[in-house]
Design a protein around this ligand. Sequence first.
Ligand SMILES: Cc1ncc(COP(=O)(O)O)c(C=O)c1O
Length: 395
Amino acid sequence: MSFEIGNLYRQHLPSPEKPWSGIPEFSFVGGNNDESNVPVAGLTEAAARVLQREGRRLAIYNLGGSPLGHEDLRVFVCDKLGIRAATNVEPDQVLITSGSLQALDLVNDLLLSPGDNVIVEEATYGGMLSRLQRLGVEVHGVRLDSDGVCPEHLRELLDRCVSDGRPAKYLYTIPTVQNPTGSCMPLERRLEILEVMGEYETAIFEDDCYADLLWGCTRPPTLWELDQANTRVIYCGSFSKSIAPALRVGYLIADSSILQQILSLKIDAGSGALEQMVVAEYAASHFDDHAEQLTSALRHKAEVMADAVEKHFGDSVEFMMPKGGIFMWLVFAEDVDTAEFSAEAARSGIEFNAGAGWSVDSHWGSNKMRLCFGNPTEDVIQEGVRRLSEIMDLS
Ligand SMILES: Cc1ncc(COP(=O)(O)O)c(C=O)c1O
């Protein structure tokens, strides 16, 4: 009898992944960095130094320390937020995670059950949308303007969830370099959002994944800082975009009692300790210089992409210049469905994020597109945008 393990798979699995076929020539997807911007020399030196000094601690899970993660790294995260975002955090309010995706999973595990209501920005991180769909929760998209979440619409949605008998569990927001629009929520808007939220039994999940790569405005204090009680807001951040995504080092910040509960769900025996040690060692002396250099390289690439989009798409597209980060959000005429061009673009080696996958309402998102410029070189950006405009032929 032949054995078929597929018959034993549990129900409702997602479709299997397609075999990996490499990164296409013109890849405008994914939160990747550019090889030339990975600080290899600094990381090598940091790795050698920290391993010589403390390598034997790897003998014990969590380096023999707190399950919250490597203490030096948690202290660095606190210092970084203090200096860069006027945010006060104590090391026992920081949990190091395996990328901030693990932070998303932990917070969802803590708060969500199937059928719950959650509010997210109408255009938001596709990785969060797919998670929420898998969890079977009801997702409501709050309107965005150039300053981020619109308070009136937020109130409307919060009220709707209350009248439905299921107050929203959280508002998930990416206030600083919103993914995908690239906006940054100013201080006044942050205060307005907190004022609205103060009337509801709903948490805020603040994702600051790109906040260290901001160039278009001064960085406002985090919502976490502005929430005086520090209990409504759970915050996450990452070293993926500021150093390298393959490191898989992120962090979750919350009141220490919330973290103690989250620790009961983080049953992975600790996130990888070697990368935590290396990042802590490297970041202590190099983070600011490196982030400044990377931000200015990204700003330049954003300008290259904006010029290419204007040159090749002309009046057929509208976009807002991102305030930081690694992507642009393009809006085409209502009757354009960007997903229709994915297959032909792929045949020409071009990959982009169709707006539907980055939007709560896929119909609303269909005339939009996210283009990432973190990984491609300037030449690739120019040529890829030119080829894409030929494929879409909207002029
Ligand atoms: C808004 C946002 N949050 C979280 C993540 C996950 O990043 P990582 O797990 O690499 O820290 C991403 C990745 O692109 C993102 O865009």
